[in-house]
Design a protein around this ligand. Structure first.
Ligand code: 9WN
Length: 489
């Protein structure tokens, strides 16, 4: 009898995660992204938790090894054994080593969407050894709380109650069309591209990456933030990009709800977290929901107005159980409309941008392609609101994309073709999560108190290599690799 598709995908996903493992964390991609990325690690840990509870814990703990004294959780923790020429911007650009209060490891200095508490809670839900998972939550809880407190004390702007991002990279959706208008006020200084060399184009085609003009602006914004000493209270007149993003804030609120559950599990008071989650949800509805577009949108703080673009970031707030029925209805209508085509059999997954927009680009990075992480977030949101009728086609779509195109970075929603880098870790990790969802009673919506004390042996039954320090072994180490067209399976 031939092996079922979920089982083939499960094995392939584990193989990808195992080969991208660097001893105490996982690289998003062995070629394009050879360090540890913040929100990638959260998705990766969720996938790992179905295979190896220990690795999943190590993944998150090693990421928090890069946390700064002020609670900031950097977007990248650099692997010191990887050549600086491999990835730009690397440690010598960010210079975290000269910042008082930075971590002892080299890190970048901007953040990424705060989904880590949610990942930590999923680790408990997926754990074969819940007692061990609870001890892990005890250990990581103070770090997660500091991550959120950094946002609450340093990033909340203008009494909005919501966190602002200071760089498009902080959104995780780097060249989203939502940033076009806010970025227009950032001058394009082409000389920066001579002074600093882009490395991404050595690993993938320029038509699948942000443009040179985008990069000139990214570098300028990052350098100015760095040169201010990563000062979140610098004068507004010197700030060129300041945006309140619905995905970033929704994940913060969702994680805050998770932190409440975690607090309960370890015997602490969940109420402050629940209160903050509620406030975030209310503030999002007030400031970011656009009744005309019937979706959440970004808010450009410097312009004092919303950015009227329909992107997948506007649909991710579905993860919040506290949204009003009316808003949930708007978002599900939006998803099934011609703009995102959830029930259209010719559209695969959830496109990152409005299919009807004149500048929709099916291979343009975050300007149209389907990504598995944002599709997975919408899938989780649909399940929060018991819309299994809409979640089921997405389950199918995610498996189909991976089965046909492999664990690519992203996919053209109209053709299902894979684009960007290959062997992409969060694609593998989240497919593993979806496969697991199919194969057993789902625990993600179960009250935490009902999680049994013992579910048997460690997940994989395998022994893990000893963690001999950060990122021991594995490419890329001062050399290039080539990868075959199709994934190995
Ligand atoms: C910049 C690692 C990261 C993801 C982001 C994705 C891309 C980096 C880049 O890769 O961003 O942080 O070099 O383009 O946009 O979401 O975390 O996978």
């Amino acid at each position: 009898m031939s092996e079922s598709r979920p089982s083939v995908l499960r094995r392939a996903a584990i193989r990808t995660l195992a080969s991208n493992w660097r001893g105490s964390s996982t690289v998003p991609s062995p070629s394009l992204y050879p360090h540890q990325w913040s929100w990638d690690s959260a998705f990766i840990a969720i996938g790992l938790s179905h295979w190896s509870q220990r690795r999943a814990e190590t993944e998150l703990l090693s990421l928090f090894g890069g946390q700064w004294r002020d609670g900031r959780l950097p977007a990248i923790v650099f692997d010191p054994s990887v050549d600086e020429e491999w990835y730009f911007p690397g440690p010598s650009f960010w210079r975290s080593d000269v910042i008082p209060g930075a971590a002892p490891l080299a890190t970048s200095d901007i953040v990424q969407p705060p989904i880590h508490a949610r990942a930590a809670l999923d680790l408990l839900r997926n754990a074969r050894e819940p007692a061990r998972a609870r001890a892990f939550l005890q250990r990581i809880y103070p770090r997660l709380r500091r991550e959120h407190d950094y946002l609450a004390t340093r990033r909340v702007v203008d009494g909005s109650g919501l966190a602002a991002i200071v760089h498009p990279w902080e959104s995780g959706l780097d060249n989203s069309p939502s940033w076009d208008a806010p970025l227009a006020r950032v001058p394009v200084d082409r000389s920066l591209l001579r002074r600093y060399q882009r490395r991404d184009l050595q690993h993938t085609g320029s038509d699948e990456r942000p443009t040179d003009d985008d990069y000139a602006r990214y570098i300028r914004l990052a350098a100015r933030y760095r040169d201010s000493g990563y000062d979140d209270s610098r004068p507004r007149s010197s700030v060129e990009f300041l945006v309140i993003d619905p995905l970033f804030n929704a994940l913060w609120a969702w994680s805050e709800e998770a932190l409440a559950d975690i607090a309960g599990v370890i015997g602490l008071d969940p109420e402050p977290h629940l209160r903050r989650a509620r406030c975030l949800g209310e503030a999002m509805t007030e400031l970011l929901f656009d009744p005309e577009l019937a979706t959440f949108t970004a808010y450009d703080v410097l312009a004092g107005s919303r950015v009227p673009r329909r992107t997948v970031a506007g649909l991710v707030p579905l993860v919040l159980g506290t949204l009003s029925q009316g808003i949930v209805r708007s978002l599900t209508q939006q998803l099934t409309s011609v703009h995102f085509g959830l029930l259209d059999t010719d559209i695969a997954g959830i496109p990152s941008y409005d299919l009807c927009a004149p500048d929709f680009d099916g291979r343009g990075y975050w300007r149209g392609p389907t990504w598995l992480n944002t599709t997975w977030l919408v899938w989780r949101g649909l399940r929060v609101h018991s819309r299994d009728d809409l979640a089921a086609p997405l389950t199918e779509a995610m498996l189909e994309l991976a089965a046909e195109a492999g664990f690519r970075e992203y996919f053209d929603p109209r053709t299902g073709r894979g684009h960007g880098t290959r062997h992409f870790s969060w694609s593998a990790a989240l497919v593993l999560d979806v496969v697991q969802h199919l194969s057993r009673a789902d625990t993600t919506t179960m009250p935490v108190a009902e999680i049994a004390d013992d579910r048997g042996e460690a997940t994989s039954g395998r022994r893990h290599p000893r963690h001999s320090g950060r990122h021991a072994g594995g490419p890329p180490r001062h050399r290039r690799q080539s990868y075959s067209e199709r994934p190995a399976w």
